[in-house]
Design a binder for this molecule. Structure first.
Ligand code: AMP
Ligand code: GLY
Length: 431
């Protein structure tokens, strides 16, 4: 079977790499892909939002499975277009993808289904949002643009002044365009975050192993929010009883609620969860694999990913054998371009990729890269996800950073503490 992966980041490179290993897969295409997907598969120069050309390509190549990586084509209805053409596709429909495409919709689903989450209010009017903030005694607020904002539409506010500034940026300056037509103001939660991903075909739910992202730009969770500077899996934060609680209180009721609303959810349901003193609470839903969480997860997943994703697409998840995970941990360290998450340069030649490839059990997943005259150059803010397995988390981390040390370009940087959060839980709770 031929497979088509849609997208061009580190998540998509990991998907291409893993799908290419499936015994049932003869060829993997990636549209549009990056320099990494070009070496593990074949790139096709089609934009993920050009649905007509994607459909035409899938028909012409007799693609047996299309896997959609990013949220934007999902929220735009790519899966509906493939379904209508009877082409097998992995991902949620446009209506189901609204769980990520509208934070107000997600809050409504959670409220109705009594899914634990931060208390929130939705606003369509700037003056109403301003007076709500001014009248609050409790100033620990989070302001979120309703729609997709490439991970940048959330402001965790230290005080009322910041909250007022955030609502004005979203609704008056319209910093995120139409994504700011509505906004959500919610209580700020305290705790540790985990990424809980599950495969579902709308009836059966198969949770993946838990992972932890590192969203802040700098070590010790300092600095601005990013798309994610690194991830590791598994995480000791999510104990088996806690996972059971998350399945029972969050995943099952969400899938059920979506079905009841006539928007059955198929694909990856990703719950960003805060583990608070009152238990797990949902921070956000995503409707796709996490990036960079997909990199360590797919490195740990054994077996045929293509068959698993096809079973979801064809509503056969209940018949699949349990997923086989290596218990060995994986760590992904993101190497970023100078300036990221603000403006950054592109086109810097990347050196040392061959040396990094010699580190045992390591894979360099490309995120923002391109090929220019045969040379791999930077082409995005998050450039690479250097990912390694080890017998222990410490060994996986050591190997990932050994790989990082081999790689150079002007202004390259990374966090140095990816996966150290795990050590803190172990120290806090030696049991
Ligand atoms: P989101 O895109 O909703 O996950 O928000 C991005 C990040 O903002 C999350 O990963 C959290 O670190 C933070 N965040 C979002 N909502 C809250 C909240 N209610 N309380 C505290 N932090 C939050
Ligand atoms: N790593 C966070 C996300 O994929 O949204």
């Amino acid at each position: 079977m031929k497979v088509l992966v849609i997208g061009q980041g580190g998540r998509e490179h990991a998907l291409v790499w893993k799908l290419a290993q499936s015994p049932s897969v003869s060829h993997v295409f990636c549209a549009p892909g990056n320099a990494g997907t070009a070496s593990d598969g074949e790139n096709v120069a089609i934009d993920p939002l050009d649905f007509d050309r994607l459909l035409q390509f899938a028909r012409q190549e007799a693609i047996g499975l299309t896997v959609v990586g990013p949220e934007t084509p999902l929220v735009g209805g790519l899966v509906d277009a493939f379904d209508a053409a009877h082409l097998p596709v992995f991902g949620p429909s446009k209506l189901a993808a609204e769980l990520e495409g509208s934070k107000a919709f997600a809050k409504d689903v959670m409220r109705q289904a009594a899914i634990p989450t931060a208390e929130a209010k939705v606003f369509v009017d700037l003056a109403a949002a301003e007076s709500y903030i001014a009248d609050r005694e409790q100033a620990r607020l989070v302001v979120k643009a309703d729609g997709l904002a490439a991970g940048k539409g959330v402001v965790v506010c230290a005080d009322k002044a910041q909250a007022l500034e955030a609502v004005r940026r979203i609704m008056r300056q319209r910093e995120f365009g139409d994504a700011g037509n509505r906004l959500v103001i919610e209580e700020r939660l305290d705790g540790q975050e985990a990424s809980i991903l599950a495969l579902t075909d709308g009836s059966t739910i198969v949770p993946l192993e838990a992972s932890q992202d590192h969203k802040a730009a700098f070590d010790d969770d300092q600095g601005p929010n990013t798309g994610g500077m690194g991830a590791y899996s598994p995480t000791p934060l999510i104990t088996p009883p806690l996972m059971d609680q998350i399945i029972g209180q969050i995943l099952v009721p969400t899938v059920h609620a979506m079905k009841k609303r006539g928007r059955p959810f198929k694909g990856i349901l990703y719950a960003g969860v805060m583990i608070t003193n009152q238990g797990p609470k949902v921070l956000e839903f995503n409707v796709r694999f996490g990036d960079p969480e997909a990199q360590p997860l797919l490195m740990r997943l054994q077996g045929d990913l293509a068959q698993l994703l096809l079973a979801v697409a064809e509503n056969r998840l209940a018949d699949q054998p349990p997923i086989d995970w290596t218990p060995r941990p994986a760590v992904c360290v993101v190497m970023a371009a100078a300036g990221y998450p603000d403006a950054y340069d592109k086109g810097c030649p990347i050196r040392g990729l061959d040396d990094a490839a010699r580190v045992p059990e390591l894979k360099v997943f490309h995120a923002g890269t391109a090929l220019r005259n045969g040379q791999v150059v930077t082409n995005g803010g998050r450039v690479l996800g250097v990912t390694a397995l080890g017998d222990t988390l410490a060994e996986a981390k050591l190997r990932a950073y050994q790989g990082v040390k081999c790689i150079r370009w002007d202004g390259a940087w990374c966090r140095h503490d990816i996966s150290d959060k795990a050590r803190r839980f172990a120290e806090a709770d030696p049991a």
